[in-house]
Design a protein around this ligand. Structure first.
Ligand SMILES: C[S@@+](CC[C@H](N)C(=O)[O-])C[C@H]1O[C@@H](n2cnc3c(N)ncnc32)[C@H](O)[C@@H]1O
Length: 268
């Protein structure tokens, strides 16, 4: 085990995921209104999402986010164009955290600074209207297990126009073969011609939510691109953020990948 993880409890179960601790640790906002993140990975992510959705270039109405956790920042740009969003998440505590925010409860995490930041990126002024429309757009928060080979049957309404998954599939996979199976399960959720947005950390063996340490499958960018192609996707494009240093992080990877791909028209 690396030094980064010596003081945290090793676990392979997400049952111990601590939503509040995770949010506090991973989603601080800087005093300048820019998300405070190691080597600016959060602005990198939010900029990529802004570009992917810009101008309504992805068609459709229904978007599914898989492994939402307690966090909705990756849906801010999406909700401008997709009025029907489903958040699918394994842990009840995380689902409740998202539901609390959708209901506008007082002790919910405050995503307003992130919404303001994304509005700034998009040249939009009325962040409060965007907050309201994001809350309206998140129509369902449901259980999902990406290991389920009949994932689509466990969700309502058939395949989605867009499926996003941010920092989830790499963490769930036990090994490379398992990752292939999970990408295949998720691929069935995307309509032919629809879009997959996948964000993964690369070449990591562990990460921590601040209390528990979660094992990771070591995956290179090339492996992820091929797994996506093998699951019936084309037009695979990506942007890799390579970290100069990971000093102080509870994580031992090298980089993050932001990948988009289009589901082939001739696959189910
Ligand atoms: C690192 S967190 C990412 C959360 C969020 N997308 C983000 O960017 O902050 C990984 C998420 O995957 C969820 N997860 C774990 N196992 C899962 C499974 N089998 N199916 C679906 N989600 C799972 C966890 O509960 C957790 O919320």
């Amino acid at each position: 085990m690396s030094n980064l993880h010596r003081n945290v409890q090793e676990t392979s179960s997400y049952d111990k995921f601590n939503a509040k601790s995770y949010l506090k640790k991973n989603y601080p906002m800087g005093p300048d209104g820019i998300p405070a993140s190691h080597e600016d990975w959060m602005p990198w992510l939010l900029n990529n999402l802004k570009d992917t959705f810009a101008g309504g270039q992805l068609s459709g109405e229904r978007l599914l986010d898989v492994g939402t956790g307690p966090a909705i920042h990756n849906l801010i740009s999406a909700a401008r164009y997709f009025p029907n969003i489903t958040c699918a998440e394994y842990c009840q505590e995380n689902r409740e955290e998202v539901e609390k925010w959708v209901r506008g409860e007082e002790d919910a995490f405050d995503w307003a600074p992130f919404i303001k930041y994304v509005c700034g990126l998009e040249g939009q002024r009325d962040w409060e209207a965007r907050q309201v429309s994001l809350r309206d757009a998140i129509q369902q928060v449901v259980f999902c297990d990406v290991r389920d080979e009949n994932l689509l049957a466990s969700l309502n309404g058939g395949p989605y126009d867009v499926v996003s998954s941010v920092f989830t599939l790499c963490g769930v996979a036990k090994d490379k073969a398992d990752f292939d199976g999970i990408v295949s399960n998720v691929s069935h959720l995307v309509k032919p011609g629809g879009t997959l947005i996948l964000v993964c950390d690369l070449e990591a063996t562990h990460y921590s939510d601040g209390k528990a340490s979660f094992p990771h499958t070591y995956l290179e960018a090339s492996y992820i691109r091929q797994a996506v192609r093998n699951s019936g996707f084309t037009d695979v494009k990506d942007d890799v953020l390579l970290f100069k240093s990971i000093e102080g992080l509870n994580w031992d990877g090298t980089s993050y990948i932001y990948l988009t791909a289009r589901k082939s028209l001739d696959t189910a």
